[in-house]
Write a protein that binds this ligand. Structure first.
Ligand SMILES: NC(=O)c1ccc[n+]([C@@H]2O[C@H](COP(=O)([O-])OP(=O)(O)OC[C@H]3O[C@@H](n4cnc5c(N)ncnc54)[C@H](OP(=O)(O)O)[C@@H]3O)[C@@H](O)[C@H]2O)c1
Ligand SMILES: *[C@@H]1O[C@H](CO)[C@@H](O)[C@H](O)[C@H]1NC(C)=O
Ligand SMILES: *[C@@H]1O[C@H](CO)[C@@H](O)[C@H](O)[C@H]1NC(C)=O
Ligand SMILES: *[C@@H]1O[C@H](CO)[C@@H](O)[C@H](O)[C@H]1NC(C)=O
Length: 311
């Protein structure tokens, strides 16, 4: 026990950059709690304009008040974003495109874990849409705003549990024909797939953006004590059992913050990070062919319109 605790303490990455963010606009999805909220607080303390993109405006408003009070930065806004609805993503993006002159950092942090298989209003699998398709659409809609003039960064909070996914069925991304339905671990399998998609998406996006001053990276925050386990018995038991060894949300936010501000990664793109260091994701996550196909299939699934296409 002590050994594990010591190991976590020694290996955990900390962002040491003192970079200020005055004049920069940052969007963070799922910023009302957990890792997203801690990231928002840290970046607010650096003087940036922070947009909390949340599905529950009541919770978001409480988080905003707390962030403003602790940081002394009142340039914090909330905007409604439900990633499990394609309409909501389009409305959110339209609002940002209309009302924000610039976007410098997009942090795709929101996520849900190990929830029972469930269909969204769009008929897609809930975890896949929240974690992958919703962010895929959001990033496509906003990418035109970033990187043309100044250096910008897109950051994807993935997870090491992406290793769980050994075989991504591109013909059944919404798990309509998956045979493992009903077993206790089935929701975790979908979570793993959605997080694998995060890494593959980041990789392909970074390829597409090579000529622009945009970096795209993904990361594993570590095992972090957040509200993450609230919907899942398996995740809940894990969180309770291992609570003493988990990172705090503040510790869990360090790699995200690092990618947003640190000069040493200002030009690094297409990589996967853990504890503020580049690490290799699973073999599947490094497959450029699958990344490319996933992009095409995702375009069809979110019904990306010609006018919405940047690439
Ligand atoms: N905690 C860990 O150990 C761990 C490990 C690996 C990766 N991660 C990743 O870290 C990220 C943040 O997780 P966390 O641990 O901070 O979890 P959390 O405390 O549960 O926070 C998740 C956030 O995502 C939001 N969200 C969920 N569904 C949404 C939707 N449909 N539309 C918009 N927002 C939605 C939640 O909003 P509500 O409050 O309204 O539900 C909440 O703000 C996730 O991407 C997760 O996969 C976490
Ligand atoms: C908020 O931040 C934006 C972008 O950094 C900046 O242009 C704007 O002047 C700030 N507004 C206030 C009220 O500080
Ligand atoms: C993060 O992953 C989601 C799902 O794969 C993707 O749609 C989104 O655009 C990604 N963002 C970045 C910055 O790679
Ligand atoms: C990143 O690239 C820019 C120009 O493209 C350069 O001015 C800057 O020094 C580079 N930073 C690092 C840390 O390599």
């Amino acid at each position: 026990m002590v050994v594990i605790k010591l190991y976590v303490a020694i290996t955990k990455g900390v962002c040491k950059s003192k970079k200020r963010l005055e004049g920069k606009t940052i969007i963070i999805t799922g910023a009302n709690t957990g890792i997203g909220k801690e990231t928002a607080l840290d970046l607010a303390m650096r003087g940036g304009r922070i947009i909390l993109a949340c599905r529950d405006l009541k919770k978001a408003s409480l988080a905003k008040d707390d962030i403003v009070e602790k940081s002394g930065n009142s340039n914090v806004s909330i905007k409604k974003l439900d990633l499990a609805s394609l309409d909501s993503v389009r409305e959110f993006a339209a609002d940002v495109l209309k009302n924000e002159p610039k976007l410098h950092i997009l942090i795709n942090n929101a996520g849900c874990a190990a929830i029972e298989k469930r269909r969204t209003v769009d008929g897609l699998e809930n975890q896949m849409q929240t974690n992958h398709f919703g962010h895929f659409l959001l990033t496509n809609l906003l990418i035109g705003m970033v990187g043309l003039i100044e250096k910008t960064h897109v950051i994807n909070v993935s997870a090491d549990l992406s290793f769980l996914c050994r075989n991504l069925n591109l013909d059944d991304l919404n798990f309509a024909h998956d045979s493992t339905t009903g077993t206790l671990l089935a929701p975790l399998k979908i979570y793993g797939a959605s997080k694998l998609c995060n890494i593959l998406f980041s990789k392909e996006l970074s390829n597409k953006l090579q000529s622009l001053a945009v970096t795209v990276n993904s990361l594993h925050p570590g095992a972090v004590l957040t509200e993450f386990g609230r919907f899942s018995i398996v995740a809940n038991i894990f969180m309770r059992l291992f609570a003493p060894f988990l990172k705090s949300p503040k510790e869990g936010a360090q790699t995200t913050i690092y990618l947003a501000v640190a000069d040493d990664v200002a030009n690094v793109t297409g990589q996967y990070f853990r504890d503020c260091k580049i690490v290799k994701p699973s073999k599947l996550a490094q497959d450029a062919g699958i990344a490319k196909k996933l992009w095409e299939v995702s375009e069809t699934i979110v019904q990306l319109k010609p006018l919405e296409k940047y690439f």
